[in-house]
Design a protein around this ligand. Structure first.
Ligand code: ADP
Ligand code: MG
Length: 245
């Protein structure tokens, strides 16, 4: 069972868009997928047109079991929802006396062996829940918006991941995914070239800036449902093929 975390400390870089489209795409390729929303904004469900009342927070606090709150949102795709209650759950974890960095791994134990892939959509920032997610995960997909500031935050993120690797040696940044690519922008092009030098093995084909991707999230549909012939669908299909390789 692969465990992928979609993360970068910065917000608005396309993490949730990537998590939801990747999850839907992999599920339609016949993989059994669990999407876990680790963000208090609870956008992963929203982007796929569903707003469950309960989810990860309740499992973390042990007021509900995994089986009670996990919901099938597409064929072969289950969601463990995020949302505001995750901040209380994170506080509750912090007050435990033991294993505060393994609470998420414990909460997700019932998923073990039942899925081909678990995809964690992470919040921006760096808190106890992010650390928990990186203790659980094995692979990271880091979406980077093609602006200089984003490249700098990728550098800082890499250092933080190195701190976690002392506790989870299997964790690797497997994919660096440029997002919101504008072919006409010289800055975007320069950044792509720099990323290719620093992360030659991790760098994926970029996801272009696309109104259709923006619209799809607002409509509660994956890009494959909303606009299967769009460039956004083609770009995410490439990422899915790479993850499946
Ligand atoms: P994050 O989870 O990193 O905060 P989101 O995935 O929520 O980022 O994306 C932020 C906003 O940008 C959303 O409204 C989304 O629809 C939009 N968006 C994401 N990727 C693209 C893209 N490639 N082109 C255009 N808009 C995008
Ligand atoms: Mg998000």
């Amino acid at each position: 069972m692969r465990k992928l975390a979609i993360c970068l400390a910065k917000g608005g870089v396309g993490k949730t868009t990537t998590a939801t489209n990747l999850a839907c795409g992999l599920a339609s390729h016949g993989k059994k997928v669990l999407l876990v929303d680790c963000d208090t904004q609870g956008q992963a469900g929203f982007f796929l047109g569903i707003k469950p009342k309960e989810g990860l927070a309740e499992v973390l606090q042990k007021t509900r079991t995994f089986a009670e709150v996990v919901c099938e949102i597409r064929p072969k795709l289950d969601l463990l929802a995020g949302g505001r209650t995750l901040s209380d759950a994170t506080l509750a974890i912090a007050s435990r006396t033991m294993g505060i960095e393994r609470a998420l791994s414990e909460a997700l134990r019932p998923a073990e062996g039942h899925y081909d892939l678990v995809i964690l959509d992470m919040a921006p920032g760096w808190d106890l829940l992010s650390v928990n997610a990186l203790i659980y995960a094995r692979e990271i997909i880091a979406p980077v918006e093609l602006q200089m500031a984003a490249v700098e935050s990728l550098g800082q993120f890499v250092e933080r991941v190195e701190d976690v690797q002392a506790y989870n040696p299997e964790l690797t940044i497997r994919y660096v995914l440029p997002t919101m690519w504008d072919k006409r922008s010289k800055e975007s092009q320069d950044i792509l070239e720099r990323l290719a030098l620093v992360y030659p093995e991790q760098l994926c084909d970029p996801i272009k800036a696309s109104v259709k991707l923006f619209e799809a999230t607002g409509q509660g549909q994956s890009i494959f449902e909303y606009a299967p012939k769009s460039t956004g669908a083609a770009d995410y299909a490439k990422l899915i093929a790479r993850v499946l390789r």
